[in-house]
Write a protein that binds this ligand. Structure first.
Ligand SMILES: [Zn+2]
Length: 155
């Protein structure tokens, strides 16, 4: 899921304190639920015949795509807000770096807790990063492989 900085009150005022250039970059990343990378993945999977539930509110982290019969979920995460490790799109603003580090690390930790909680509930989890959506030819086989993989037999 793509978290919005407006989701908490603290975030709203802080957006004003960063440079206009960076602000427009951030604003382009802030969307409603149907942000672009997610739409791309949804369209790809739908075209391939997959059907899914969206933003399951009853599951930890409200996974973007839920495949109940396969017991699998997919998150489509924004590289900036979810701290994609080593990704150029996750680079921090030059001002208030400490603040952003803390805030975004909290997002990442929350993501990790949600993935753990989902696995404990018996769900398999795939995280797709925004930057990967730009290369559908590579991404698509990976997502399909995840969806088609059979669960390991019980010991
Ligand atoms: Zn990335």
């Amino acid at each position: 899921m793509l978290a919005s900085p407006m989701a908490d009150k603290q975030g709203a005022g802080l957006v004003d304190t960063i440079s206009r250039e960076y602000r427009s970059e951030i604003m382009s990343r802030v969307g409603a639920k149907d942000t672009k990378p997610e739409m791309v993945v949804r369209r790809m999977l739908h075209a391939a015949g997959y059907r899914y539930r969206l933003h399951a509110k009853d599951l930890p982290g409200k996974p973007d795509l839920v495949f109940p019969a396969r017991r699998k979920v997919v998150f489509i995460n924004g590289c900036f807000w979810h701290r994609h490790r080593g990704c150029a799109h996750a680079r921090l603003p030059k001002s208030r770096t400490e603040f952003w580090t803390e805030k975004l690390e909290r997002n990442r930790e929350r993501d990790e807790r949600n993935v753990e909680a989902l696995r404990e509930l018996g769900w398999e989890v795939l995280t797709v990063w925004e930057c990967e959506v730009r290369d559908p030819a590579t991404l698509m086989p990976r997502v399909v492989a995840f969806l088609e993989q059979q669960p390991a037999p019980p010991h």
